[in-house]
Design a protein around this ligand. Structure first.
Ligand SMILES: NC(=O)c1ccc[n+]([C@@H]2O[C@H](COP(=O)([O-])OP(=O)(O)OC[C@H]3O[C@@H](n4cnc5c(N)ncnc54)[C@H](O)[C@@H]3O)[C@@H](O)[C@H]2O)c1
Ligand SMILES: [Zn+2]
Length: 384
């Protein structure tokens, strides 16, 4: 696998425009939402273009690390009248931090006809979109996603969520941005763990589209890390697949639920390890576990587990040796907010054709034993 060859050679120059089969990767993509359509513009110079023409009446919310890394490219943005730098931590998307964010914006004269612009990953997205949904009962926002999770997955679909008390992502809204400007140049500076976290979400989206689509990404897995053209095409394909679901089910009442594939087990891994495993990497373990459990419950098949296992394992490698305490894992699974009813767990599992389906399963000894067996036998070096 080519992780170590990753960004330096992969993103050092702009590749020729490639196609994902349907559409050149530089064409804008239009997403329909309950607030009307919004566009994703694919442009490597998105940041520089924004800095060259900073719009008036705009409030910037910027990931502090991104501001430090890209300072010279955003001199005008950083000198504009309203700039809030936020360190991308879970604590900073907790409700009690929002008083300070609101005060910052009010002190700079925020009005309903003005614009918030987020530059950062999922944390800056959640903070800005939650403010946009609630401030003055609604302010428009734009987004320059800087992580792979945000570029390939979270930037579309309208969701935002913030933490309150000890509950993660418990308060939220559906509030799409007015526009997304997507530059894969940002990925050059992303840590390997955050890059692989994004690849985990792309693997999830490709698996939801079907076994052939997943296998296509599996075949070009190394290229995603080493070839900017492959990365761009894979991001675009991920967004195109997700677009179809969010346009049919923006409020997540039906088919969009499949996007929770890998997330129930993944969240339990995150919780049990004290969030030491990045989200999309925990989701990679969660998908592997879902496939393994599905085969043993008679829902799926061993063949689909075996087919996907090598790539999922490659994506979570290095994080599979962290101890996952069984008790904490099972507690988190039983408390998952996606569960419906008492005494059952709602899971997205692959069927015998490798197609995802959603169902409730008794939260009993059978499921608990399967979870323990996976953690003990498939993940190495587990010490419950
Ligand atoms: N609203 C949604 O639909 C949605 C979906 C998925 C995740 N999320 C939320 O998003 C958060 C995770 O977001 P994420 O994975 O995008 O990452 P993040 O925002 O947590 O950022 C991860 C790290 O990367 C750094 N970073 C960001 N861009 C960088 C760049 N270009 N170069 C170098 N470093 C950079 C950040 O400073 C941070 O240290 C979680 O809070 C999760 O709950 C929201
Ligand atoms: Zn996710």
């Amino acid at each position: 696998m080519g992780f170590l060859r990753r960004p330096q050679c992969g993103y050092s120059s702009d590749p020729a425009i490639v196609s994902d089969g349907e559409c050149p990767v530089s064409e804008p993509m239009v997403i329909q939402s309950h607030k009307g359509p919004y566009d994703i513009h694919f442009a490597d110079d998105a940041l520089e273009a924004l800095d060259a023409a900073v719009p008036d009446q705009t409030h910037f919310l910027i990931d502090r690390r991104v501001a430090e890394l890209y300072g010279p490219s955003i001199h005008n943005i950083l000198s504009s009248p309203s700039v809030l730098l936020v360190q991308a931590t879970e604590d900073n998307k907790t409700l009690d931090r929002f008083g300070a964010y609101v005060q910052h914006l009010v002190d700079r004269g925020v009005r309903r006809d003005q614009m918030l612009i987020a530059i950062g990953g999922g944390i800056l997205q959640d903070i800005t979109a939650f403010l946009a949904a609630t401030l003055l009962r609604g302010v428009a926002w734009r987004f320059l996603p800087t992580t792979l999770v945000a570029q390939a997955d979270s930037c579309i679909g309208s969701k935002c969520a913030v933490n309150a008390g000890a509950s993660r992502d418990i308060l939220g809204a559906f509030t799409p941005p007015q526009r997304i400007d997507l530059s894969t140049r940002f990925l050059r500076t992303l840590d390997d763990r955050d890059l692989r976290s994004g690849v985990g979400e792309m693997l999830k989206i490709h698996a939801i589209d079907g076994p052939q689509t997943f296998d296509m990404l599996a075949e070009t897995y190394d290229g995603v890390f080493t070839d900017a053209g492959v990365m761009k095409a894979t991001i675009r394909r991920s967004l195109a697949i997700k677009k179809d679901y969010v346009e049919r089910d923006e409020f997540d009442c039906g088919p969009r639920n499949l996007f929770n594939y890998g997330h129930s087990f993944g969240y339990a891994i995150e919780f049990a390890t004290g969030f030491a495993v990045p989200h999309g990497i925990a989701v990679s373990i969660g998908m592997d576990m879902a496939n393994w459990v599905a085969a043993r419950l008679g829902v799926g098949s061993e063949a689909h587990y075996e087919r996907m296992h090598p790539i999922l394992k490659a994506n979570y490698r290095g994080f599979d040796t962290r101890p996952v305490p069984h008790g904490r894992f099972l507690y988190a699974l039983s408390r998952d907010k996606k569960n419906i009813g008492v005494g059952s767990v709602t899971l997205i599992l692959p069927d015998r054709d490798g197609r995802m389906g959603r169902d409730s399963y008794p939260n009993d000894g059978v499921l608990a034993d399967l979870c323990r067996a996976y953690l003990d036998t498939v993940l190495p070096s587990q010490d419950p």
